[in-house]
Design a protein around this ligand. Structure first.
Ligand SMILES: O=C(O)CCC(=O)C(=O)O
Ligand SMILES: [Fe+2]
Length: 288
């Protein structure tokens, strides 16, 4: 129901008609009353001064944000708010076409066999996500020894930063659950795992003079997601992902767009050579 209702109590945020407070009858309006919270005291004194209070849901006035968990010490703190301020987060960071995918469920892009392609994140997301990684700056050395892993060993190492190193692990898992899992259910029907489990969530950086490519391998996942964070022919030359069994490559990747493919057995793949600039991707091995 929509309307305007006269109520005995309001708090947090309200509009006031200042003319009412200039009347002599409003002289005693105050936030102060012994043993009473300020908001309760204020409303009690409004009532005794005969000033009416109303709530209205006829118009959208905006929304209040709980700023308690907003950590200004982070690079791009807004991007950390997927749990605490979902409404604003979606507007800023979800791809404008994300929800369109669900309008025509049978028609999905498949650039290689069983490799699906979805718009997930906005350009702003890609830019800020890279900024978070580069501000942190501690890229792995690309060797097989990796202290971040329980085993201490990585068979197919990349130059990367794990999400827990930048305090984005919980947030990223929420993104997998709320936005990636529904996409998976569209294309790999009959597979349902909620919430998705993922221990390996990381941004990879490819550079000609650092790590230019990645040798053929399987991922330890049920399905893998590979999110492009920047633009071929603009930010770098070369790059892309080749699926060897199908002799099929995806090179014309778009920032914010996600590749989703099975992790084992069929989708043996490699990261193609970057010959110029820097290529960034975000990878998750879901349900290892
Ligand atoms: O470069 C790519 O697109 C593939 C990356 C990849 O396969 C991986 O990180 O496991
Ligand atoms: Fe891989």
């Amino acid at each position: 129901m929509q309307g305007i209702w006269n109520v005995p109590f309001i708090n947090n945020c309200y509009l006031m008609n200042i003319a009412l407070f200039r009347k002599p009858s409003a002289k005693h309006v105050s936030y102060l009353k012994e043993d009473t919270d300020p908001d309760m005291a204020f409303c009690a004194s409004l009532r005794s001064a005969g000033i009416m209070m109303y709530v209205s849901n006829e118009k959208e006035f905006g929304h209040l944000v709980n700023s308690e968990t907003f950590d200004v010490s982070r690079t791009n703190p807004d991007i950390y708010q997927v749990i605490d301020n979902k409404l604003d987060w979606e507007q800023r960071y979800l791809h404008p076409k994300y929800y369109e995918v669900f309008d025509n469920k049978e028609k999905q892009l498949m650039p290689c066999p069983d490799v699906y392609w979805f718009p997930l994140m906005s350009m702003r997301f890609c830019k800020e996500w890279i900024e978070v990684m580069e501000a942190f700056g501690q890229w792995s050395d690309g060797s097989n020894n990796d202290k971040r892993l329980e085993s201490g060993y990585e068979a197919v190492p990349t130059r990367d930063i794990h999400m827990n190193q930048v305090g984005l692990d919980i947030q990223w898992l929420r993104i997998l659950k709320d936005y990636v899992r529904p996409l998976q259910e569209l294309v790999f029907t009959g597979y349902y795992h909620n919430p998705p489990v993922s221990v390996m969530n990381f941004v990879v950086r490819y550079r000609p003079d650092e790590q230019p490519s990645l040798r053929p391998h399987h991922d330890s996942s049920t399905y893998t997601i590979n999110l492009a964070l920047n633009t071929p022919h603009l930010d770098y030359e070369g790059g892309g992902c080749r699926f060897i069994r199908y002799n099929c490559s995806v090179k014309d990747t778009k920032p914010g767009w996600l590749l989703m493919h099975p992790g084992r057995l069929t989708h043996f793949h490699e990261g193609l050579l970057v010959t110029k600039g820097t290529r960034y991707i975000m990878i998750s091995f879901v349900d290892p």
